[in-house]
Design a protein around this ligand. Structure first.
Ligand code: ADP
Ligand code: MG
Length: 384
Protein backbone atom coordinates (compact mmCIF):
# COMPACT_ATOMS: atom_id res chain seq x y z
CA UNK A 1 0.00 0.00 0.00
CA UNK A 2 1.32 3.47 -0.90
CA UNK A 3 1.58 6.25 1.69
CA UNK A 4 -1.46 8.04 0.21
CA UNK A 5 -3.71 5.04 0.80
CA UNK A 6 -2.20 4.32 4.20
CA UNK A 7 -2.68 7.97 5.23
CA UNK A 8 -6.33 7.82 4.17
CA UNK A 9 -6.88 4.66 6.17
CA UNK A 10 -5.14 6.06 9.27
CA UNK A 11 -6.61 9.56 9.36
CA UNK A 12 -9.92 9.04 7.54
CA UNK A 13 -9.34 11.56 4.72
CA UNK A 14 -6.98 11.76 1.76
CA UNK A 15 -3.74 13.73 2.28
CA UNK A 16 -3.30 17.15 0.69
CA UNK A 17 -0.11 15.94 -0.94
CA UNK A 18 2.81 13.52 -1.00
CA UNK A 19 6.47 14.53 -0.80
CA UNK A 20 9.73 12.63 -1.15
CA UNK A 21 13.27 13.28 0.13
CA UNK A 22 16.34 11.07 -0.45
CA UNK A 23 19.16 9.71 1.66
CA UNK A 24 22.68 10.44 0.44
CA UNK A 25 26.23 9.21 0.17
CA UNK A 26 29.18 11.54 0.35
CA UNK A 27 31.67 11.14 -2.48
CA UNK A 28 34.43 13.25 -0.90
CA UNK A 29 34.88 15.89 1.84
CA UNK A 30 34.38 14.32 5.28
CA UNK A 31 34.21 16.24 8.59
CA UNK A 32 34.73 19.36 6.49
CA UNK A 33 31.17 20.72 6.71
CA UNK A 34 31.38 22.02 10.28
CA UNK A 35 34.76 23.55 9.37
CA UNK A 36 32.82 25.63 6.80
CA UNK A 37 34.65 23.78 4.03
CA UNK A 38 33.57 21.76 1.01
CA UNK A 39 31.73 18.47 0.47
CA UNK A 40 30.42 16.56 -2.50
CA UNK A 41 27.49 14.28 -1.67
CA UNK A 42 24.82 12.99 -4.01
CA UNK A 43 21.28 11.75 -3.46
CA UNK A 44 20.47 8.05 -3.40
CA UNK A 45 17.39 6.54 -5.06
CA UNK A 46 16.35 5.56 -1.52
CA UNK A 47 13.77 8.03 -0.19
CA UNK A 48 11.53 8.95 2.71
CA UNK A 49 8.04 9.52 1.30
CA UNK A 50 5.45 11.38 3.38
CA UNK A 51 1.73 12.01 2.91
CA UNK A 52 0.80 15.20 4.73
CA UNK A 53 -2.19 17.46 5.42
CA UNK A 54 -2.41 20.77 7.27
CA UNK A 55 -4.27 21.19 10.54
CA UNK A 56 -5.34 24.47 12.12
CA UNK A 57 -6.01 23.25 15.68
CA UNK A 58 -2.42 23.04 16.95
CA UNK A 59 -2.31 19.24 16.81
CA UNK A 60 0.56 17.34 15.18
CA UNK A 61 -0.06 13.67 14.39
CA UNK A 62 2.82 11.52 13.18
CA UNK A 63 2.98 7.94 11.97
CA UNK A 64 5.69 5.83 10.32
CA UNK A 65 4.94 2.67 8.37
CA UNK A 66 8.41 1.48 9.37
CA UNK A 67 7.94 1.74 13.14
CA UNK A 68 5.69 -0.60 15.06
CA UNK A 69 3.52 1.77 17.02
CA UNK A 70 0.44 3.95 17.19
CA UNK A 71 0.00 7.47 15.83
CA UNK A 72 2.07 9.92 17.90
CA UNK A 73 -0.04 12.93 18.88
CA UNK A 74 1.63 16.16 20.03
CA UNK A 75 0.64 19.82 20.46
CA UNK A 76 2.77 22.21 18.40
CA UNK A 77 2.84 24.83 21.18
CA UNK A 78 4.10 22.27 23.69
CA UNK A 79 7.11 21.05 21.67
CA UNK A 80 10.25 21.33 23.81
CA UNK A 81 13.84 20.48 22.71
CA UNK A 82 15.40 17.26 23.98
CA UNK A 83 12.18 15.94 25.52
CA UNK A 84 11.26 13.34 22.89
CA UNK A 85 13.63 10.41 22.36
CA UNK A 86 11.52 8.53 19.80
CA UNK A 87 11.69 8.70 16.00
CA UNK A 88 8.91 11.33 16.14
CA UNK A 89 11.46 13.86 17.44
CA UNK A 90 12.80 14.28 13.87
CA UNK A 91 9.57 15.50 12.21
CA UNK A 92 8.40 17.20 15.42
CA UNK A 93 11.77 18.97 15.59
CA UNK A 94 11.20 20.37 12.11
CA UNK A 95 7.82 21.77 13.18
CA UNK A 96 9.51 23.25 16.26
CA UNK A 97 12.35 24.79 14.21
CA UNK A 98 9.89 26.31 11.72
CA UNK A 99 7.80 27.80 14.53
CA UNK A 100 10.92 29.07 16.34
CA UNK A 101 11.82 30.88 13.11
CA UNK A 102 8.40 32.55 13.18
CA UNK A 103 6.60 30.45 10.58
CA UNK A 104 2.90 29.83 11.23
CA UNK A 105 2.76 26.03 11.26
CA UNK A 106 -0.54 25.34 13.00
CA UNK A 107 -0.48 21.54 13.00
CA UNK A 108 -0.36 18.64 10.57
CA UNK A 109 -1.16 15.00 9.99
CA UNK A 110 1.78 13.03 8.57
CA UNK A 111 2.32 9.43 7.55
CA UNK A 112 5.64 8.32 6.12
CA UNK A 113 7.46 5.34 4.77
CA UNK A 114 11.17 5.23 3.95
CA UNK A 115 13.50 3.02 1.93
CA UNK A 116 16.63 4.70 3.32
CA UNK A 117 18.40 2.14 5.55
CA UNK A 118 18.55 3.55 9.09
CA UNK A 119 21.79 3.94 10.98
CA UNK A 120 23.88 2.98 7.92
CA UNK A 121 25.42 6.41 7.52
CA UNK A 122 23.13 7.14 4.57
CA UNK A 123 21.16 9.88 6.33
CA UNK A 124 17.75 8.39 6.91
CA UNK A 125 17.37 11.11 9.56
CA UNK A 126 17.98 13.96 7.12
CA UNK A 127 15.56 12.39 4.63
CA UNK A 128 12.90 12.36 7.34
CA UNK A 129 13.58 15.97 8.33
CA UNK A 130 13.74 17.33 4.79
CA UNK A 131 10.58 15.58 3.59
CA UNK A 132 8.75 17.08 6.57
CA UNK A 133 10.22 20.55 6.03
CA UNK A 134 9.41 20.62 2.31
CA UNK A 135 5.84 19.37 2.82
CA UNK A 136 5.13 22.01 5.48
CA UNK A 137 6.82 24.71 3.39
CA UNK A 138 4.56 23.91 0.44
CA UNK A 139 1.36 23.36 2.42
CA UNK A 140 1.69 26.52 4.53
CA UNK A 141 3.08 28.59 1.65
CA UNK A 142 6.18 29.56 3.66
CA UNK A 143 8.24 30.37 0.55
CA UNK A 144 11.52 29.15 2.07
CA UNK A 145 14.46 28.32 -0.20
CA UNK A 146 16.04 24.85 -0.22
CA UNK A 147 19.12 26.04 1.75
CA UNK A 148 16.81 27.70 4.29
CA UNK A 149 14.85 24.46 4.68
CA UNK A 150 18.12 22.53 5.06
CA UNK A 151 19.32 24.91 7.81
CA UNK A 152 16.02 24.54 9.69
CA UNK A 153 16.17 20.74 9.34
CA UNK A 154 19.74 20.83 10.70
CA UNK A 155 18.54 22.99 13.61
CA UNK A 156 15.82 20.39 14.32
CA UNK A 157 18.44 17.62 14.53
CA UNK A 158 21.01 19.69 16.50
CA UNK A 159 18.77 21.43 18.99
CA UNK A 160 15.51 19.45 19.20
CA UNK A 161 16.70 15.87 18.73
CA UNK A 162 20.10 16.67 20.24
CA UNK A 163 22.38 15.20 17.56
CA UNK A 164 25.29 17.47 16.61
CA UNK A 165 25.71 17.28 12.83
CA UNK A 166 26.85 19.59 10.05
CA UNK A 167 24.58 20.78 7.27
CA UNK A 168 25.75 18.42 4.52
CA UNK A 169 23.10 15.73 4.91
CA UNK A 170 20.14 18.10 4.85
CA UNK A 171 21.60 20.08 1.93
CA UNK A 172 22.21 16.88 -0.03
CA UNK A 173 18.64 15.73 0.50
CA UNK A 174 17.14 19.16 -0.26
CA UNK A 175 19.30 20.30 -3.19
CA UNK A 176 20.57 17.29 -5.15
CA UNK A 177 19.55 16.74 -8.77
CA UNK A 178 19.43 13.53 -10.76
CA UNK A 179 22.67 12.56 -12.51
CA UNK A 180 24.73 15.07 -10.53
CA UNK A 181 26.91 15.31 -7.46
CA UNK A 182 26.42 18.39 -5.30
CA UNK A 183 29.51 20.56 -4.85
CA UNK A 184 28.59 22.42 -1.69
CA UNK A 185 30.34 25.31 0.02
CA UNK A 186 29.32 24.84 3.65
CA UNK A 187 30.14 28.47 4.51
CA UNK A 188 27.51 30.20 2.38
CA UNK A 189 25.58 27.08 1.23
CA UNK A 190 26.21 27.92 -2.42
CA UNK A 191 26.00 24.84 -4.62
CA UNK A 192 27.16 23.70 -8.01
CA UNK A 193 25.62 20.68 -9.71
CA UNK A 194 28.46 18.56 -11.12
CA UNK A 195 27.42 16.07 -13.85
CA UNK A 196 28.15 12.61 -12.46
CA UNK A 197 26.73 10.08 -14.86
CA UNK A 198 28.57 6.91 -13.91
CA UNK A 199 26.70 4.50 -16.19
CA UNK A 200 27.52 6.55 -19.31
CA UNK A 201 31.21 6.15 -18.43
CA UNK A 202 30.91 2.39 -17.90
CA UNK A 203 31.46 2.91 -14.17
CA UNK A 204 29.64 1.98 -10.99
CA UNK A 205 29.80 3.40 -7.49
CA UNK A 206 29.00 0.69 -4.97
CA UNK A 207 27.72 1.50 -1.52
CA UNK A 208 28.84 -1.10 1.01
CA UNK A 209 26.83 -0.97 4.23
CA UNK A 210 29.00 -2.78 6.80
CA UNK A 211 25.95 -3.25 9.07
CA UNK A 212 28.01 -2.31 12.11
CA UNK A 213 28.05 0.74 14.33
CA UNK A 214 30.80 0.73 16.96
CA UNK A 215 30.10 2.28 20.36
CA UNK A 216 33.50 3.94 20.03
CA UNK A 217 31.77 6.43 17.73
CA UNK A 218 29.71 7.83 20.61
CA UNK A 219 31.28 11.12 21.52
CA UNK A 220 33.93 10.87 18.80
CA UNK A 221 32.18 13.40 16.57
CA UNK A 222 32.13 16.01 19.33
CA UNK A 223 35.77 15.26 20.16
CA UNK A 224 36.90 15.71 16.53
CA UNK A 225 34.85 18.87 16.29
CA UNK A 226 36.43 20.28 19.43
CA UNK A 227 39.91 19.37 18.12
CA UNK A 228 39.22 21.15 14.82
CA UNK A 229 38.00 24.25 16.67
CA UNK A 230 41.14 24.16 18.80
CA UNK A 231 43.25 23.98 15.63
CA UNK A 232 41.44 26.98 14.13
CA UNK A 233 41.93 28.91 17.36
CA UNK A 234 45.67 28.16 17.48
CA UNK A 235 46.05 29.17 13.83
CA UNK A 236 44.07 32.36 14.32
CA UNK A 237 41.33 31.60 11.79
CA UNK A 238 37.58 31.40 12.36
CA UNK A 239 37.34 27.95 10.72
CA UNK A 240 39.82 25.48 9.21
CA UNK A 241 38.33 26.31 5.82
CA UNK A 242 40.45 29.46 6.01
CA UNK A 243 43.74 27.53 5.99
CA UNK A 244 44.87 27.34 2.34
CA UNK A 245 46.23 23.99 1.21
CA UNK A 246 49.41 25.75 0.04
CA UNK A 247 49.96 26.93 3.63
CA UNK A 248 49.24 23.55 5.27
CA UNK A 249 52.84 22.56 6.04
CA UNK A 250 53.60 25.94 7.58
CA UNK A 251 50.37 25.78 9.59
CA UNK A 252 51.17 22.29 10.88
CA UNK A 253 54.58 23.58 12.03
CA UNK A 254 52.82 26.09 14.25
CA UNK A 255 50.73 23.46 16.07
CA UNK A 256 52.22 21.86 19.14
CA UNK A 257 49.58 19.20 19.80
CA UNK A 258 49.99 16.02 17.71
CA UNK A 259 46.24 15.25 17.82
CA UNK A 260 45.22 18.72 16.64
CA UNK A 261 47.88 18.58 13.93
CA UNK A 262 46.37 15.34 12.56
CA UNK A 263 42.85 16.78 12.54
CA UNK A 264 43.98 19.96 10.78
CA UNK A 265 45.90 17.93 8.21
CA UNK A 266 42.80 15.83 7.49
CA UNK A 267 40.39 18.74 7.13
CA UNK A 268 42.63 20.96 4.99
CA UNK A 269 43.71 18.08 2.75
CA UNK A 270 40.13 16.78 2.38
CA UNK A 271 38.94 20.25 1.32
CA UNK A 272 41.74 20.08 -1.26
CA UNK A 273 40.62 16.59 -2.34
CA UNK A 274 37.15 18.01 -3.03
CA UNK A 275 38.79 20.59 -5.31
CA UNK A 276 40.77 17.89 -7.06
CA UNK A 277 37.70 15.70 -7.62
CA UNK A 278 35.76 18.65 -9.02
CA UNK A 279 38.63 19.48 -11.40
CA UNK A 280 38.85 15.86 -12.57
CA UNK A 281 35.10 15.60 -13.12
CA UNK A 282 35.08 18.94 -14.97
CA UNK A 283 37.82 17.51 -17.20
CA UNK A 284 35.76 14.35 -17.82
CA UNK A 285 38.39 12.17 -16.15
CA UNK A 286 36.04 10.26 -13.83
CA UNK A 287 38.32 7.23 -13.41
CA UNK A 288 41.08 9.42 -12.01
CA UNK A 289 39.02 10.29 -8.91
CA UNK A 290 39.48 6.70 -7.67
CA UNK A 291 42.93 7.22 -6.10
CA UNK A 292 41.75 10.51 -4.56
CA UNK A 293 38.93 8.63 -2.81
CA UNK A 294 41.42 6.10 -1.44
CA UNK A 295 43.72 8.91 -0.27
CA UNK A 296 40.73 10.37 1.55
CA UNK A 297 40.18 7.05 3.30
CA UNK A 298 43.80 6.87 4.45
CA UNK A 299 43.44 10.36 5.89
CA UNK A 300 40.23 9.43 7.73
CA UNK A 301 41.86 6.23 9.00
CA UNK A 302 45.26 7.58 10.06
CA UNK A 303 44.76 11.28 10.78
CA UNK A 304 41.14 11.64 11.90
CA UNK A 305 41.07 8.02 13.16
CA UNK A 306 37.37 7.41 12.60
CA UNK A 307 37.56 4.22 10.53
CA UNK A 308 37.17 0.66 11.84
CA UNK A 309 38.27 -2.85 10.77
CA UNK A 310 35.13 -3.43 8.68
CA UNK A 311 35.51 -0.17 6.71
CA UNK A 312 39.24 -0.75 6.21
CA UNK A 313 38.50 -4.26 4.96
CA UNK A 314 36.04 -2.92 2.35
CA UNK A 315 38.59 -0.40 1.07
CA UNK A 316 41.58 -2.77 1.06
CA UNK A 317 39.62 -5.63 -0.53
CA UNK A 318 38.03 -3.39 -3.16
CA UNK A 319 41.38 -1.94 -4.20
CA UNK A 320 43.02 -5.37 -4.21
CA UNK A 321 40.30 -6.82 -6.44
CA UNK A 322 40.39 -4.26 -9.22
CA UNK A 323 38.36 -1.27 -7.98
CA UNK A 324 39.51 2.23 -9.00
CA UNK A 325 39.31 3.55 -5.44
CA UNK A 326 37.28 3.41 -2.25
CA UNK A 327 36.67 5.22 1.01
CA UNK A 328 34.50 5.16 4.08
CA UNK A 329 31.66 7.71 3.89
CA UNK A 330 29.77 9.52 6.64
CA UNK A 331 30.55 9.68 10.33
CA UNK A 332 32.72 6.54 10.59
CA UNK A 333 33.12 3.76 13.19
CA UNK A 334 30.89 1.62 10.97
CA UNK A 335 28.18 2.61 8.53
CA UNK A 336 29.00 2.59 4.84
CA UNK A 337 31.87 2.81 2.37
CA UNK A 338 31.82 3.76 -1.32
CA UNK A 339 33.73 1.89 -4.02
CA UNK A 340 34.35 3.23 -7.53
CA UNK A 341 34.74 0.45 -10.06
CA UNK A 342 34.40 -0.36 -13.73
CA UNK A 343 30.78 -1.49 -14.11
CA UNK A 344 32.05 -4.71 -15.66
CA UNK A 345 34.07 -5.45 -12.51
CA UNK A 346 31.30 -4.63 -10.03
CA UNK A 347 30.30 -8.26 -9.46
CA UNK A 348 33.89 -9.39 -8.96
CA UNK A 349 34.58 -6.60 -6.47
CA UNK A 350 31.30 -7.26 -4.63
CA UNK A 351 32.06 -10.96 -4.34
CA UNK A 352 35.59 -10.26 -3.08
CA UNK A 353 34.21 -7.97 -0.34
CA UNK A 354 31.54 -10.50 0.66
CA UNK A 355 34.14 -13.28 0.85
CA UNK A 356 36.57 -11.15 2.85
CA UNK A 357 33.81 -10.33 5.35
CA UNK A 358 32.87 -14.00 5.68
CA UNK A 359 36.53 -14.97 6.16
CA UNK A 360 36.95 -12.31 8.86
CA UNK A 361 33.81 -13.52 10.66
CA UNK A 362 32.04 -10.17 10.08
CA UNK A 363 28.28 -9.79 9.48
CA UNK A 364 27.54 -10.00 5.74
CA UNK A 365 27.58 -6.47 4.23
CA UNK A 366 24.80 -5.03 2.08
CA UNK A 367 26.15 -3.90 -1.30
CA UNK A 368 24.19 -1.86 -3.84
CA UNK A 369 25.05 0.45 -6.74
CA UNK A 370 24.41 4.15 -6.04
CA UNK A 371 22.77 6.07 -8.87
CA UNK A 372 22.88 9.88 -8.41
CA UNK A 373 19.19 10.67 -7.91
CA UNK A 374 16.76 13.55 -7.47
CA UNK A 375 16.57 15.74 -4.39
CA UNK A 376 13.42 16.39 -2.37
CA UNK A 377 10.25 17.09 -4.35
CA UNK A 378 6.49 16.84 -4.32
CA UNK A 379 5.28 13.58 -5.82
CA UNK A 380 2.51 13.60 -8.43
CA UNK A 381 -0.80 11.93 -7.66
CA UNK A 382 -0.26 8.94 -9.90
CA UNK A 383 3.33 8.32 -8.77
CA UNK A 384 2.53 8.05 -5.06
P1 ADP B 1 21.21 7.72 9.69
O1 ADP B 1 20.75 9.12 9.49
O2 ADP B 1 22.65 7.54 9.36
O3 ADP B 1 20.36 6.70 9.01
P2 ADP B 1 20.56 8.36 12.40
O4 ADP B 1 20.83 7.68 13.69
O5 ADP B 1 21.03 9.76 12.22
O6 ADP B 1 21.11 7.40 11.26
O7 ADP B 1 18.99 8.38 12.14
C1 ADP B 1 18.24 7.20 12.30
C2 ADP B 1 16.96 7.52 13.06
O8 ADP B 1 16.07 8.27 12.23
C3 ADP B 1 16.18 6.28 13.44
O9 ADP B 1 16.64 5.74 14.66
C4 ADP B 1 14.76 6.84 13.58
O10 ADP B 1 14.60 7.50 14.81
C5 ADP B 1 14.74 7.90 12.47
N1 ADP B 1 14.19 7.31 11.24
C6 ADP B 1 14.83 7.09 10.08
N2 ADP B 1 14.00 6.53 9.16
C7 ADP B 1 12.80 6.38 9.77
C8 ADP B 1 11.54 5.86 9.38
N3 ADP B 1 11.34 5.34 8.17
N4 ADP B 1 10.53 5.89 10.28
C9 ADP B 1 10.71 6.39 11.50
N5 ADP B 1 11.87 6.89 11.93
C10 ADP B 1 12.92 6.89 11.09
MG1 MG C 1 21.55 10.83 10.52
Amino acid sequence: MGVREAFTELYGTAPEGVWSAPGRVNLIGEYTDFNEGFVMPFALPHTAVAAVSRRTDGILRLHSADIDGPIVELRVDELRPLTNTSWAAYPAGVVWALREAGHPVTGADLHLSSTVPTGAGLSSSAALEVVTALALNDLFGLGLTRPELARLAQRAENDFVGVPCGVMDQMASACSTEGHALHLDCRDLSVRQIPFDLAAQGLALLVVDTRVKHALGDGAYAERREGCEEGARQLGVSHLRDVAYEDLQAALGRLSDERVRRYVRHVVSDDHRVDRVVALLDAGDVRAIGPVLTEGHVSLRDDLRISCPELDLVVDTANASGALGARMTGGGFGGSAVVLTEAAEADTVTKAIEEAFAAAGFTAPRVFPAVPSAGAHQVGRSAS
